[in-house]
Every structure is written in structure tokens, then in C-alpha cells.
Design a protein around this ligand. Structure first.
Ligand code: AMP
Length: 466
């Protein structure tokens, strides 16, 4: 399979495709006018009914590309499952389901159900009993439902494998094969993957029919990312990490490690050095994971330590730096990690530690980037500033979606009656039974008092600093 690199400078609009007017209006209301490159190249093929294998990363607009394709295939009156999207993690599945629902607003009554592990299966079964047009889920849990016969996918018309490389990394191949065994032979299969290792090509050959390959120009354009590599002896890595943080003092950084053990160990090291990192790793309960992500996304924690798998679906705007405590296993992983900084035209910083034994990885990264690497001199790391406190503080409210609490209610409770100025309030995240609001550190106490003393939606909720 050869992957043509498409170079298109013309701006293509959704209106260039023959899409229903109501869908176009909805896209317009979402602010989607020009297609992103991945949409421009994959959507026409998807609409023709072709199988597509696309190289696309989070942030490329890939979700809308396959979501539009699958929505246009749905028979609204038929409540049987017609589209199945498999994702590696619950975060990604939740994001994908959200995007499909937003895009489906132009049609009435399209039901999208998410089926992910880490959540009780009972309510999922209840939800499936009422039918679902689209199922978005992780392979393990979808497989569980098939075994229990609580889900039928025998009439699915379109299968999407999203972030297929991560699903394989996470060991989902058996579950995926089993799921595909329950699908009709005659179907459309779309495969999206950030990287193309051999296992992905094999997956495509086995389960796709004459796929059209799409990859967009310069997924690794790193012009606005400053990238430095630091040589270090293995035993000195923790100390070097602290030196880098003291010297560069990035406002927010993700630190990548290759194993969860290293993540935990580095979390402890940094904590002892006075930092307050949050650590994401695979064997964390979902609730704890959500809390960590919220604290990082709303800027009340400025360091996040994660493995590649744990960082899946993490879509943080304005990430000042990516630090590779361990180099990734291949150059594509490296580039994918580094591409999380320097988004939306902002400047980014990427710092990577490497040991002598990892010279081959450096050579491969350099080949991949088609550029020489820039090596930093540890002796120049003279900055010695103390760890900065994160600018925001999270307040946790014991009320959430199930109590019909919405972001506007929390905002209103904080700002009402000559309360907290709105510009001191940051992101608000609402879960089923809890909500988190970020406020500027300097007004955290008064915000806590105000929320604790007042009412939200006419009710009193317990509020605590988190
Ligand atoms: P994704 O790569 O699918 O995670 O999408 C990244 C972000 O881009 C999401 O927040 C989408 O809502 C947004 N998006 C997708 N397509 C477009 C578009 N054509 N124009 C503007 N924003 C878009």
C-alpha cells in the first residue's frame, strides 16, 4: 500500500460537496465552513461509500469526517445499530460521541450510545434495550455486550476504527477481530490512525476492501516548535528533569514516560522537589483519571505526567511544553507527542532526554523530520526558579448533570449579586454527580465561601477546594 501525500492549497468548503441543506446549516452554526485537509481528502471518498485508511491525529478534524459519513447513511426510522465506532479510551469515545451528537442535530431522534469499560454495564444494557442508531465504544466493552447478547451489530453498515494504532498498542486486537466477526461482510470500513506501523497495514489488509489511502501534507510541520535534546546518564534523569523545569519554567507541560512505573516514580520525585504534578496512568479508576484531567485542563495543575496510552484523547489547548522523559518507541510516536505543543499558531517547546544507548532513536527521529536535531548543553541550564503555583484552583461541587446543574448555573451563583468578576472564573466541567469549576488562585477563598453559602439551581450543594 502506498500513501500518496496530498498537497492542496485551495480551501475547500463543505458547500462544495452535495450535502443536505440542513446538515450544511448545522455545520455553519458550528462554525465549520472550510474543511480541514483530512476532511477535504477523506470525505468525498467516504461519501462514495469507499473504505478509507487515513493518517490523522487528534485535532485534524477526523471525527467530523467519519461522523458526517456515518450520519448520512443512517435510516432514522430503524433503531437497530447501523454504525459502530471503536475507540481506544473512554475519553476519546466520549468526545467522539459528543461530536456525532452535535453533527446529528439537524436530524431528529438520532440515538448515540457509548459503551466503555470502567462504568457499570447495567445502565448500558438498559440504554441498548431502547435501540441505538450509533454505538461508540471501547473494544473490550463492546465485546462484552456481544457475548452477553445485549448488543446486535449484524446490520451495521459502517465500521470506524478510530486511533487504530493505540487500540493495537493496548492489546485490543483479539476483541476487534471478534467484533468484526459479528459484522456483515458487506459494509464500509474506515480506519484512522496517527501512525502506520506494520500491524496497521495488516489490519487494513484483513478487514478493508480496496481502501483509499489518505494522508495529509506535513502532519509533522514543527516550524513553531523549539525542540532540544539533552544527553543524560540514566541515573541522572530525574535531576535533569528538575533542571529543565527550573530553567524553562513552562506554564504547562506534559511529561511523557514509557511505563506507568516511571510515571509514578517521577510523580514522587517531582513532588519531593516541590512541584504538584498530576499523574495519569492505566491502572487508575476512571473517576480519579477524570479528576486529574480536569485539574490539568483547567490550569489548576501545570504538570501532567503520562504514558502515551494514558494521554490518548487528551486535547489541551495552549500546552507550553512537551517533555520526553523517555524517548518514544519510534519517531512517529515522538512527533505525535511533540505535536501537542505549539498548536493554533502558538510557540511550542519540546525537550527530550536521551541516553547514549538511544542514539539509534535519535537517528531515526532526525531521518523522519528530515532535519538535524538540536542538542542542548546541560551546562547552560542555569535557571533556578522555584516551582510556580498553578494560576487556578479547582472547586468541587457535589452536584452534577443528574441534578440538572449546568455551567451557567455555577457561573450565575459565582457572579450574581456583586459577586466574583467573570474573568476570574475558568473552565467548568460537569459530570453526573460532581462539577468542577476553576477560579483564579487569589479569589479561591471568596469563591468557595460564596458557593458554599449560596444556592445553585435553588439547592444547597457541598463545595470544597480540590
Ligand atoms: P478532531 O480531530 O476530530 O478531534 O477535531 C478537532 C477539533 O476541530 C474539534 O474540536 C472539532 O469540533 C473541530 N473541527 C472539526 N472540523 C472542523 C472544521 N471543518 N472547521 C472548524 N473546526 C472543526
Amino acid at each position: 500500500m502506498t500513501l500518496p501525500t496530498l498537497t492542496t492549497r485551495t480551501v475547500a468548503r463543505f458547500t462544495d460537496l452535495s450535502l443536505p441543506d440542513a446538515l450544511l446549516q448545522n455545520l455553519d452554526s458550528l462554525g465549520y465552513l472550510a474543511m480541514t485537509p483530512i476532511q477535504q481528502h477523506s470525505l468525498p471518498e467516504i461519501l462514495k461509500g469507499n473504505d478509507v485508511i487515513a493518517q490523522a491525529q487528534t485535532g485534524s478534524g477526523k471525527t467530523a469526517a467519519f461522523a458526517i459519513g456515518l450520519l448520512l447513511k443512517l435510516q432514522q426510522r430503524d433503531f437497530g445499530c447501523q454504525a459502530l465506532v471503536l475507540c481506544p479510551t473512554r475519553e476519546l469515545a466520549t468526545q467522539v460521541a459528543g461530536e456525532i451528537r452535535r453533527l446529528a442535530r439537524y436530524q431528529e431522534n438520532i440515538k448515540v450510545v457509548t459503551l466503555c469499560g470502567g462504568q457499570s454495564i447495567g445502565p448500558q444494557i438498559g440504554s441498548l434495550e431502547h435501540g441505538a442508531h450509533v454505538v461508540v465504544g471501547t473494544p473490550g466493552r463492546v465485546h462484552d455486550h456481544l457475548r452477553k447478547k445485549t448488543l446486535s451489530i449484524s446490520r451495521v453498515d459502517i465500521l470506524v476504527l478510530d486511533e487504530a494504532d493505540r487500540m493495537l498498542d493496548m492489546g485490543f486486537i483479539d476483541a476487534i477481530e471478534n467484533i468484526i466477526g459479528h459484522l456483515p461482510h458487506q459494509r464500509q470500513t474506515l480506519l484512522f490512525s496517527a501512525t502506520y506501523p506494520r500491524s496497521i497495514r495488516v489490519l487494513s489488509e484483513r478487514f478493508q476492501h480496496q481502501p483509499v489511502a489518505v494522508t495529509v501534507e506535513c502532519t509533522h510541520s514543527h516550524e513553531h516548535i523549539e525542540q532540544f535534546f539533552y544527553h543524560v546518564e540514566h541515573a541522572d534523569k530525574p535531576a535533569m528533569l528538575v533542571k529543565l523545569l527550573k530553567h524553562y519554567q513552562p506554564e504547562s507541560s506534559v511529561i511523557f514516560c514509557n511505563t506507568r512505573q516511571t510515571c509514578k516514580a517521577i510523580g514522587t520525585e517531582l513532588y519531593e522537589a516541590g512541584y504538584k504534578p498530576v499523574v495519569l496512568h492505566g491502572d487508575m479508576a476512571q473517576k480519579e483519571r477524570d479528576q486529574m484531567l480536569v485539574r490539568f485542563a483547567n490550569q489548576s495543575a501545570n504538570l501532567l505526567i503520562a504514558t502515551d496510552v494514558a494521554a490518548r484523547g487528551l486535547d489541551i489547548e495552549n500546552l507550553a511544553a512537551v517533555i520526553n522523559y523517555d524517548l518514544g518507541r519510534d519517531p512517529e510516536v515522538h512527533v505525535h507527542r511533540v505535536g501537542r505543543t505549539g498548536r493554533a499558531g502558538k510557540k511550542g517547546l519540546a525537550l527530550s532526554l536521551h541516553t547514549r544507548q538511544e542514539q539509534y532513536k535519535l537517528d531515526r527521529i532526525s531521518d523522519y523530520l528530515k532535519a538535524p536535531l538540536v542538542f542542548g548543553d546541560p551546562k547552560t541550564l542555569t535557571g533556578n526558579r522555584q516551582p510556580a503555583l498553578a494560576p487556578m484552583v479547582t472547586l468541587a461541587i457535589d452536584g452534577g448533570r443528574k441534578h440538572k446543574v449546568r455551567p451557567g448555573d455555577i457561573l450565575g451563583a459565582l457572579t450574581g449579586d456583586v459577586g466574583i468578576p467573570a474573568d476570574k472564573i475558568g473552565k467548568i466541567h460537569i459530570f453526573d454527580f460532581t462539577a468542577y469549576v476553576a477560579v483564579k488562585r487569589e479569589i479561591a477563598r471568596s469563591a468557595l465561601n460564596k458557593l458554599g453559602a449560596g444556592k445553585i439551581k435553588g439547592r444547597k450543594f457541598r463545595v470544597r477546594r480540590f
